[in-house]
Design a protein around this ligand. Structure first.
Ligand SMILES: C[S@@+](CC[C@H](N)C(=O)[O-])C[C@H]1O[C@@H](n2cnc3c(N)ncnc32)[C@H](O)[C@@H]1O
Length: 244
């Protein structure tokens, strides 16, 4: 299988997530062995500490698990917006948010918006924090996505990116590479009847920049105090920066 061209990428990614939305959460749990929940909790805990209620944006929110986590972990009275371009993913997010309503403080507002991560439908300085989780890799223009997130966050607010890393740990790196390249497509075929989508996943990592490059892209977006936090032996990378 070959990766889509730049021109094809947005439509290709959109079709893929529309197709796999129904089984996305179960596949995610199986493939990450449930660990994505802990990674997301770690990322959210870095973002919500703004000394009171805040306004938060979850870009490429998918089925909304991280948006709901933000709504639960942020101070009561916060506002959380999840944004995605896949209608099917957003429909699941809405249903899930409704199911979890009792766990979200009543003063907190959670809503979902359909839109493009590379052209966010918000004014400058609209949020105290913005996060993208396992979404950046899917954008056509990664730098544009980060620059947009920085634009809509107020000076002093935070921008976070949680995505796959490039594991460098000897012995473990080839094991991870085999798991991701060979086992994950098979799991995707079994769980989602969509081996193609889960072949794209490891292939998309081959063109995804290394953590040092992501740090550079954060700088280019106007972010400072950038931290790279490797998780799961570097197979996952969390980046956090502060808007200048
Ligand atoms: C791998 S999923 C991640 C979902 C969720 N954030 C998570 O961590 O599980 C990537 C999501 O990015 C969305 N997406 C990809 N490109 C996008 C774009 N240009 N604008 C908005 N959403 C996009 C897809 O529809 C999909 O829901």
């Amino acid at each position: 299988m070959s990766l889509p061209t730049i021109e094809e990428k947005a439509a290709y990614v959109h079709d893929q997530f529309e197709r796999i939305a129904g089984g996305y959460d179960r596949a995610n749990d199986v493939i990450s062995m449930g660990m994505h929940r802990a990674w997301k909790m770690r990322a959210v805990s870095q973002l919500v500490d703004v000394g009171g209620p805040g306004r938060f944006l979850d870009v490429c929110c998918g089925t909304g698990d991280l948006s709901i986590l933000l709504a639960r972990m942020a101070a009561p009275g916060s506002t959380v917006t999840g944004l995605d371009f896949s209608q099917n993913m957003l429909e699941i997010a809405e249903i899930r948010a409704h199911r979890k309503l009792r766990k979200i403080p009543p003063q907190t507002i959670l809503d979902f918006v359909r839109g493009d991560a590379q052209n966010l439908p918000f004014e400058r300085n609209s949020f105290d924090g913005a996060i993208i989780s396992f979404g950046l890799r899917n954008l056509t223009d990664l730098q544009k996505g980060l620059t947009e997130m920085a634009r809509v966050v107020r000076p002093g607010g935070k921008v976070a990116n949680l995505d796959l890393g490039h594991c460098q740990v000897p012995v473990f790196a080839p094991v991870f590479s085999a798991y991701f390249g060979k086992v994950v497509p098979v799991l995707g075929g079994i769980l989602q009847n969509d081996k193609k989508a889960y072949t794209y996943l490891p292939e998309s990592l081959s063109t995804y920049p290394k953590p040092e490059k992501i740090t550079e892209m954060f700088e280019n977006a106007g972010l400072v105090n950038i931290q790279h936090i490797p998780l799961a032996l570097g197979t996952v990378a969390l980046h956090i920066g502060t808007r200048r």
